[in-house]
Ligand binder design. Structure first.
Ligand code: PHE
Length: 356
């Protein structure tokens, strides 16, 4: 009995893996195992012998089963330990810039604009790109037969046959977000709405999808002077140099008065430089929000007034980063993306500096 015990307890303690353990289990306590066969012999013993041997054999069987279970747990723990060592990773290491992938200049400039306007107290608002034509036109004082609808080169969504509701459109500008924000939060308001817009137009300076950033500030005493300050402040921070603006009288159905805004620039050797020289470049449309637009947004025009503007993100990205062709933005040419893209970990912030 003692030999049997020593043999198995030692072998179990030394078993290298689960398969070896299983073999030992079968050899010792399996149906035809050594201990099991010994137990069968109990029947041939005298009652006195059996009284001694029975409990001893049972105890040995229990001891072996317990040793098997213990070794099994120990092996599993060791395997886990081994795996953890292999999968070890130092989360305190600084991140490495990835060699592939970069932030598109449009995304970069979008984030830069957001950071600058956020610093001036503007929150970011959003609206759908597939827009109800009421939001895209009517609510902005562009009724059904207004020529501005035709001028916009609108993409209309298909309606099912027999469905006579006005069609949805791909929004032609970010201005519908003005209405949605007014309805959602009432006055006062200070928001920007960057986003994609769509017009059926394609040439060197137009792509059917492009990006705008809408601005809207409504309060009791907001004026064109506030608009001018906000824009000059924006451009100066954005371009990293003081930038003069020129307001030209213009017309938009949703603002009164309306102004197109140019920024000061110079042309030298085919290169534009913003913030110097005697030339001007048009970069946005703006004005005081039309009373009818305030009404459509559920805001009382006798109590509230404000300015709005809409600026092309792609346009100012080209100006800031010296990108010559608008269409290249959307070609997904890897060489172009590597050249004009930005490192993914370089999130634009005012405190980090926007003009590196
Ligand atoms: N929505 C106009 C456009 O796309 C720009 C604009 C916005 C003009 C807000 C005035 C006020 O051309």
């Amino acid at each position: 009995m003692d030999d049997l015990r020593d043999k198995y307890i030692t072998a179990i303690a030394e078993a290298a893996d689960e398969a070896a353990l299983e073999q030992l289990r079968v050899a010792a306590v399996g149906k035809k195992g050594e201990i099991s066969l010994k137990m069968r012999e109990l029947g041939k013993m005298t009652p006195e012998e059996r009284q001694v041997m029975g409990p001893r054999l049972n105890a040995l069987k229990d001891e072996i089963n317990a040793a098997l279970a213990a070794r099994k747990t120990a092996l599993a723990d060791a395997a886990l330990e081994e795996r953890l060592k292999g999968e070890w990773l130092d989360v305190t290491l600084p991140a490495r810039p990835r060699r592939q992938g970069s932030i598109h200049p449009v995304s970069q400039v979008w984030e830069e604009c957001t950071a600058i306007f956020a610093d001036m107290g503007f929150a970011v608002a959003e609206g759908p790109q597939i827009e109800d034509d009421w939001y895209n036109f009517d609510a902005l004082n562009i009724p059904s037969h207004h020529p501005a609808r035709a001028e916009m080169d609108t993409f209309y969504m298909h309606r099912a046959e027999g469905d006579n509701r006005a069609p949805h459109v791909l929004r032609t500008h970010t201005s519908p977000v003005q209405i949605r924000s007014m309805q959602a939060q009432g006055a006062p308001i200070r928001i920007i709405a960057p986003g994609r817009v769509y017009r059926a137009d394609y040439d060197q300076t137009h792509t059917p999808m492009f990006h705008q950033i809408e601005g809207l500030a409504i309060d009791r005493d907001i004026s064109m002077a506030n608009l001018k300050w906000v824009l000059e402040e924006f451009f100066s921070v954005f371009f990293g140099t003081s930038v003069k603006t020129r307001f030209r009288a213009s017309h938009f159905p949703f603002t009164e008065p309306s102004a197109e805004v140019d920024i000061q620039c110079s042309w030298q050797g085919g290169q534009v430089k913003v913030g110097e020289g005697d030339d001007w470049l048009e970069v946005l449309g703006s004005g005081m929000v039309h009373p009818k637009v305030l009404e459509a947004g559920g805001i009382d025009p006798n109590e509230w007034q404000g300015f709005a503007f809409g600026m092309g993100i792609d346009r100012i990205a080209m100006l800031k980063y010296g990108i010559p062709d608008l269409r290249a933005f959307f070609d997904s040419d890897l060489r172009w993306l590597r050249h004009f893209g930005f490192p993914g970990l370089d999130v634009p912030t005012l405190h980090g500096g926007l003009n590196r």
